[in-house]
Structure formats: structure tokens, C-alpha cells
Design a protein around this ligand. Structure first.
Ligand SMILES: [Zn+2]
Ligand SMILES: [Zn+2]
Length: 177
């Protein structure tokens, strides 16, 4: 099927991020083969492989039927109840080494763009500066080691890149293997 995917405000290109891929697999929720299947995180106590079609994610039926969430609410305490619901129950999650979480800017959830290395991150200096600051606050006091870590992102550790849905600023957090 060539129907275009539903639009996800907080995860605008789930094909590029690898969370959704072309597949003939049947959706665990609607039992249809739509041509697309979700491959990333889904947290539920029920037995399901979490392989849903993008439509069952977008309309909330997968999260509802399996009483689950695509994303942990960690970090989302600064957003409205509606946004929290939208991110955790209507938005595809993503693959990460550590438990993935969402970033917030301007009191709204940011849009997840994908997992990137240093080169892509350096194209958004504000995101790189912010990440450097976060890591320093997190206890990286050795600047040389910190710069080494940053410039080697993409080899082992990576950065999760987001863009503020309000002001357009890019932001990122580091994901270590
Ligand atoms: Zn479905
Ligand atoms: Zn912003």
C-alpha cells in the first residue's frame, strides 16, 4: 500500500528514525497488513510484540487496547496533560541503548528527529552547546575528555536529536551503549 503515513507532531519522520519500516507484517492491534510496521519501544503488562501499524498508534487504539505506552513519561513533567498523552500514547517511540525519553522546550514536547553522531549534531551548534552544558552539570569536569566524547558521538555513544515544536531550537541528549 502506498497510503502516506499519519502525521506525528512529536515524531515527524518515523521512517527516517527507523521506528517504522516497510513490512508486510500484520498489525498486532487491527490485524491488517498496511505495508508499515512499528519496531521500537512499547511498555505494557500484556502479551504483545508491540508491532503495530502507524494508524493504530496515531489514533491511540494500540495504546488503549493493550493498556500500554510508547514512551516513559520521564522528563515530560513540564508539559500539559494533553501533550503527555499525545507523546506516550499516540506517538511512535524510538530505539535507544538506555531507556529512551523525550525532551521538552518552551513547555511543549519537542519533535524527535533521530539518532545522530557528531557531524549531524555539530550542524546544530545550539544543540551541541546545550548537550555540553548538560554533561558538565552531570559531572563531566574534564573538558578534554568531554570534548573527546562529544566529537566521537556516533561511535558507540550517540545523540538523540530533537527540535522544539514552538521556537525551532534543536536540542539533544547523549545515549551511551
Ligand atoms: Zn493497526
Ligand atoms: Zn523552544
Amino acid at each position: 500500500m502506498s497510503a502516506s503515513l499519519p502525521f506525528f507532531r512529536y515524531h515527524p519522520d518515523p521512517l527516517a528514525s527507523g521506528s517504522i519500516r516497510a513490512s508486510t507484517e500484520v498489525c498486532a492491534c487491527c490485524n491488517r497488513s498496511t505495508g508499515w510496521i512499528y519496531t521500537a519501544t512499547f511498555y505494557t503488562a500484556q502479551a504483545t510484540n508491540g508491532h503495530f501499524c502507524p494508524w493504530c498508534i496515531a489514533d491511540g487504539s494500540a495504546a488503549e487496547r493493550f493498556a500500554g505506552e510508547f514512551m516513559d513519561s520521564y522528563g515530560l513533567d513540564d508539559v500539559s496533560e494533553e501533550t503527555l498523552h499525545e507523546v506516550t500514547r499516540h506517538t511512535p517511540g524510538f530505539h535507544a541503548w538506555q531507556d529512551p525519553h523525550w525532551l521538552v522546550h518552551c513547555h511543549d514536547a519537542a519533535a524527535f528527529l533521530g539518532e545522530v553522531g557528531y557531524t549531524e549534531l555539530a550542524a546544530h551548534p545550539e544543540a551541541l552547546d546545550e548537550l555540553r552544558l548538560d554533561l558538565r552539570m552531570g559531572g563531566w569536569h574534564d573538558s578534554a575528555r568531554l570534548e573527546y566524547f562529544l566529537t566521537h558521538l556516533g561511535e558507540g555513544a550517540t545523540a538523540m536529536l530533537f527540535r522544539c515544536t514552538v521556537c525551532g531550537t534543536h536540542l539533544a541528549y547523549a545515549d551511551a551503549s
